[in-house]
Design a protein around this ligand. Structure first.
Ligand code: ATP
Length: 429
């Protein structure tokens, strides 16, 4: 098996990610996150929110609705060719392909000729209201960003921030991707973590550099190896007319280098478009009321699912007989696993359960008394649990337990009354 298959198989087997609607044969481009996947996802989102919102005093949080007034998508350009995938359709079987996925000038499925490249819009349509006609047509949001722009004045009116300031949001986005695939890399329903950081136009270059570094630092904090990350600057000729530059942070996935984070200099394009379409001027007034301007914006936008995939892939390693998911402990779904040394000694099992329930009040933990201790270690290594705690006969005498470290396999004796503090301290380091 190659690494991609190994990760997909681990994700399924251990309850991180399941194909959506599996008992009905699945549904292309949709995925369900199991108990460990949702825990990992929540940890990623929590850390992002801490670094991008909570620890700063210039960024405000938002959680807007997924379905919005369809005019928003006209103003943003998403209903036009701006949000369309250039695809080539097979003249025989009518399947559609992205040019970048094609090796030859013929259909990879049936071998027939391919048509010229055409653009297909990828907004997901839906109807709101009792009648399903054109007037009821709207869209599931194709990105979270537009909800931020249309709330620009609400944030200004309620919090009176000074430039520069940002508005951040985490939420679902939907795209009718023609070629979903590569596991959760490209799906039709996914989550984004987006920041729109509003700035004085003259600080555009400086802010762009700042946010590129800030995002890369964040990825390093999550534990991604620097050698598997790189910047990719979009060539000038491929940029939208309003854009001064876009840099992606790419990750070296098992299938090659691909974008996980896009950092774009969007100028004043979005605020101006929404001013024009809504008839409400979206401006910023300096504190003294003198200077009125439309701020520029820097947009760092990252997908939670892609990031999760990169983290699993980066953390995956085989070490002799064991498979280890060496996630940063702050991301690990369980921080600790608690075992009785053997499962047929009532005293050990009940002591282990008692300690487990105590720890669980403080940290996500799991109890396991199946099989032998070696198997339980391996089983936890594979899902990234950083510490395994074993309750043995000495525990009953001296109130200590064994704490075994996932990465070094080194074992330490710790007083069980101090265990929660000990683990929390390790988590901070
Ligand atoms: P791509 O070129 O890969 O389609 P994009 O440039 O269209 O991506 P953006 O619109 O910049 O992507 O979205 C920002 C981020 O959202 C991306 O960097 C990615 O992490 C995530 N993302 C976008 N589309 C998808 C998708 N179909 N599935 C999962 N994540 C996605």
């Amino acid at each position: 098996m190659n690494n991609m298959d190994k990760i997909v198989s681990l994700a399924k087997r251990r309850g991180f990610v399941f194909p959506s609607s599996e008992i009905y044969g699945g549904f292309g481009g949709f995925w369900d996150f199991g108990p460990l996947g949702v825990a990992l996802k929540n940890n990623i989102k929590e850390l992002w929110w801490q670094e991008f919102v909570e620890k700063r005093d210039d960024v405000f949080g938002l959680d807007a609705s997924i379905i919005m007034n369809p005019r928003i998508w006209e103003a943003s350009g998403h209903t036009g060719s701006g949000f369309a995938d250039p695809l080539r359709e097979c003249t025989g079987c009518h399947r559609r392909f992205r040019s970048e996925d094609l090796n030859e000038n013929k259909c990879p499925v049936c071998g027939e000729k391919l048509d010229k490249e055409k653009k297909f819009n990828i907004l997901v349509k839906t109807f709101i209201g009792p009648v399903e006609d054109e007037t009821a047509l709207t869209y599931l949001r194709g990105e979270t960003a537009q909800a931020i722009f249309v709330n620009f004045d609400n944030i200004q009116d309620t919090f009176h921030p000074k430039l520069p300031f940002g508005i951040a949001q985490i939420g679902k986005a939907f795209r009718n991707e023609i070629t979903p695939g590569k596991f959760i890399f490209r799906s039709r329903e996914f989550e984004q973590m987006e920041l729109e950081y509003f700035i004085y136009p003259e600080s555009d270059e400086e802010q762009f550099i700042y946010w590129k570094e800030f995002c890369l630092d964040f990825l390093s904090k999550l534990g991604l190896k620097r050698k598997n990350l790189r910047y990719y600057d979009h060539p000038k000729e491929k940029l939208a007319h309003y854009s001064k530059g876009t840099t992606d942070i790419e990750y070296q996935f098992p299938f090659g280098w691909s974008e996980i984070w896009g950092i774009a200099r969007r100028s004043d394009f979005d605020l101006k478009q929404h001013s024009r379409y809504s008839g409400k001027a979206l401006n910023y007034k300096d504190a003294d009321g003198g200077n009125i301007l439309t701020p520029y914006v820097i947009e760092p936008s990252v997908g939670v699912d892609r990031l999760l995939f990169s983290l699993m892939s980066d953390a995956y390693r085989e070490d002799g007989k064991r498979t280890v998911l060496g996630l940063s402990p702050r991301l690990s779904p369980y921080k600790a696993a608690v075992f009785p040394l053997v499962s047929n000694k009532e005293q050990l099992v009940s002591k282990a359960r008692e300690i487990y329930l105590e720890i669980k009040k403080e940290l996500p933990a799991v109890f396991d008394d199946r099989g032998n201790i070696g198997k339980r270690y391996y089983s936890q290594d594979e899902i990234g649990t950083p510490w395994c705690i074993t309750i043995d006969y000495d525990t009953l005498e001296d109130e200590t337990v064994t704490v075994r470290d996932r990465d070094t396999a080194v074992q330490e004796r710790v007083k069980y009354r101090k265990l929660a503090d000990y683990l929390k301290k390790q988590l901070q380091s």
